[in-house]
Design a protein around this ligand. Sequence first.
Ligand code: ZN
Length: 149
Amino acid sequence: MACELCGSRGQLFTSIIEGVKLNVCGNCSSHGKVISQISNYNKANVIKPRNRDFVINDIILKQGYGELIRISREKLSLKQDELAAKLSIKESLLKGLENNRIEPSIELAKRLELFLGIKIIEEVKLNSSIGHVNKVSIFTIGDLIKKDK
Ligand SMILES: [Zn+2]
């Protein structure tokens, strides 16, 4: 893995830079807010399904979100730098989004959806077998807490 901004290799950090989640080196992470340190040896620790209300919710980016952003921008007769300015993001970031090279954070994706009137993220609910196991344990803990009150 290499830094998504400058390409240097080494210790990477998951950081929010200008509303975008990126895996960057220590130098580049100083431009944003570090969420977590990435272990190159155990990537599984970084991606964990979140459990909420007995269902695993996940937000996925639609395939071809870059084209959607570009086409909607062109419909509004906005140049890349103009749209970037309206969204308070860097032009290079918008270019990356339109090339499907950079994935927007959920927050930025929602702003893009609102501004452009498009749908680029979907919330999926998965009732997997893992979800079922968690459902039992969450229910038990929740039940105990209720009884304590
Ligand atoms: Zn870097």
